[in-house]
Design a protein around this ligand. Structure first.
Ligand code: ATP
Length: 330
């Protein structure tokens, strides 16, 4: 056991959020590192009970913690996760997607990381009603945020020995907004001569991802495109149950599965805890505990390879049983 204790805020949220978060927490505890894990309320249930989706005490706890482990938020997501990302200043949404041996998928060997800008684009919430029959949404792109996300993408590629970064855009139609985004990424690309740089139109990239995903390593893109392409990438490797994400800023980090509340399977022990456990792995790396991260990842890989999984991957285990199988292998 190390001599440090990590202060983690846990926000399970709604739907399958509590089930998969509990599994991830059990795995974190099994690393034998010292954690102070404080649970906080947020989401639809919280809104129904208390009248607020994100209580002040939850926000304060998230701001105080060294890192946040988040489950899922339902209809109140905009008031919960978008607000948390904004208050924590997490401008990067990092979504690594890789295939696991033993998990049936379209493309074994897929390993794509989507670096999604997290603060602006079409998700900045500026919508207007011009008339009852005409509404608008404003797509905000700034040079500063575009350069910042590009720099993160290239640094990530370099740190993880990934040879190529692809900027994904629609600058032929969105000339001003994606024109600026591309210009910013191109400038940053020049600072990284060791990394190959390519560009792709979002519609064409969607097709290439389905036909030849090995063309991509790191994708840097704007908010909405990143959201959609990461679900597409999840589909390539066996589903949303396998994909974690990290929201990263200069001061804070929040880790959440790419999946949402999955109401169709909530409360039945059917949810695959892999995405949430991989959030724990990303959290451990963020805390500079690479050995513990590797130990969890190895145990998870071996568990999946042995077919000890939830039904979405063809196994017979419940969420909790799969987490226990991982812990046994650690
Ligand atoms: P939300 O509106 O909260 O995003 P949703 O059901 O529309 O919820 P997701 O939660 O992202 O969207 O999931 C889509 C579907 O993928 C689910 O209905 C479920 O069948 C499947 N799914 C998602 N997460 C998991 C998981 N961890 N394990 C197994 N299946 C999952």
């Amino acid at each position: 056991m190390g001599d440090r204790s990590y202060n983690i805020a846990v926000i399970p949220g709604d739907g399958i959020g509590p089930e998969v978060t509990e599994a991830a927490v059990a795995v974190l505890r099994a690393t034998s590192l010292a954690f102070t894990l404080t649970h906080y309320d947020a989401g639809d249930d919280c809104l129904a009970r208390t009248g607020v989706a994100l209580p002040d005490v939850t926000l304060a706890g998230a701001l105080r913690a060294q890192a946040v482990l988040f489950g899922a938020a339902g209809d109140s997501a905009a008031d919960v996760i978008l607000r948390l990302r904004s208050e924590l200043g997490t401008y990067v949404n990092l979504r690594p997607t890789r295939a696991f041996e033993g998990a049936a998928c379209l493309y074994p060997g897929t390993n794509i990381t989507i670096v999604r800008e997290n603060t602006e684009g079409l998700y900045c919430g500026i919508e207007d009603e011009i008339t009852p029959d005409k509404v608008t949404a404003t797509r905000v792109i700034t040079r500063a945020a575009s350069e910042r996300i590009a720099r993160f993408g290239f640094d990530y590629a370099r740190a993880n020995r990934l040879a190529k970064v692809t900027a994904v855009h629609k600058a032929n139609v969105l000339r001003k907004t994606d024109g600026l985004f591309l210009d910013a990424v191109r400038r940053v690309a020049k600072e990284y001569p060791d990394i190959r740089y390519e560009e792709g139109l979002v519609d064409a990239v969607a097709m290439h991802l389905v036909m030849r995903p090995e063309r991509f390593q790191v994708i840097v893109t704007t908010n909405l495109f990143g959201d959609i392409l990461s679900d597409l990438a999840a589909g390539l490797i066996g589903g949303l149950g396998l994909c974690p994400s990290a929201n990263l800023g200069d001061e804070h980090a929040l880790f959440e599965p790419v999946h949402g509340t999955a109401p169709d399977i909530a409360g039945q022990g059917l949810a695959n805890p892999t995405a949430a456990i991989l959030c724990g792995v990303m959290l451990l790396r963020y805390l500079r505990e690479p050995e513990a991260a590797r130990r969890v990842e190895d145990a998870l890989e071996r568990t999946i390879a042995k077919g000890q999984t939830t039904p979405d991957l063809g196994g017979k285990l419940s969420t909790q049983q799969m987490a226990e199988a991982v812990i046994t292998r650690m």
